[in-house]
Design a protein around this ligand. Structure first.
Ligand code: SF4
Length: 194
């Protein structure tokens, strides 16, 4: 086990015991991470859904499978090129949006994950994730594809959430799905240079 893996495992164990917010009462599993901790890309999703809560792994439901498909279509590998985490680690009941209080209480785990993984780029996937870093006023459809510097000067970009894309069926040029494919290709281009 590398030093990085050891530190992440320590943090995961801390999360397993966490009862800082009421979501600890309804969770089945902590959803800590998936993928490669040495990857250049750290993707941050919203909150665990039912499938994620059941398995303890982020992005494994229908939306997760679609995200994986988009990643693989771009020529990147979800397993090797991504470390995946969530804004919060426990599932909000009925998949509601996590409250500010829950996000604030859980933030320290995510920030610690970022500090340990040291990604070259952070991908903010979906509105909840983007708002956590870019402020509540953003409109995800207006800022997707934009690039920012966040935290300690880390490059970050925004993509639409796969569950939103599953409700948008068009594959035509300019559609939400088409734009997301372009956004992922730009991420691929970016990491080939860093
Ligand atoms: S959501 Fe985060 S802060 Fe709340 S109990 Fe789970 S790990 Fe702790």
């Amino acid at each position: 086990m590398s030093e990085k893996e050891r530190k992440l495992e320590e943090l995961r164990k801390e999360c397993l015991k966490c009862d800082k917010c009421s979501l600890c009462n309804t969770r089945t599993n902590i959803v800590f991470s998936d993928g490669n901790c040495d990857a250049k890309i750290l993707l941050i999703g919203e909150a665990p859904g039912a499938d994620e809560d059941e398995t303890g792994t982020p992005f494994v439901g229908r939306a997760g499978k679609y995200l994986t498909q988009l990643i693989e279509e771009s020529g990147l590998s979800r397993k090797n090129d991504f470390y995946i985490a969530n804004t919060i680690k426990c599932r909000p009941p009925k998949n509601r949006v996590p409250s500010d209080e829950e996000k604030n209480l859980c933030e320290k785990y995510l920030l610690k994950q970022i500090e340990i993984v040291k990604p070259k780029v952070i991908v903010l996937c979906g509105a909840t994730s983007a708002k956590s870093f870019l402020g509540d006023k953003i409109k995800i459809t207006q800022i997707r594809g934009n690039w920012y510097k966040i935290l300690d000067n880390i490059d970050a970009t925004v993509i639409l959430h796969p569950s939103f894309l599953l409700r948008k069926h068009s594959e035509e040029e300019g559609s939400a799905r088409w734009l997301t494919r372009q956004d992922i290709l730009k991420i691929k281009q970016f990491i080939s240079k860093v």
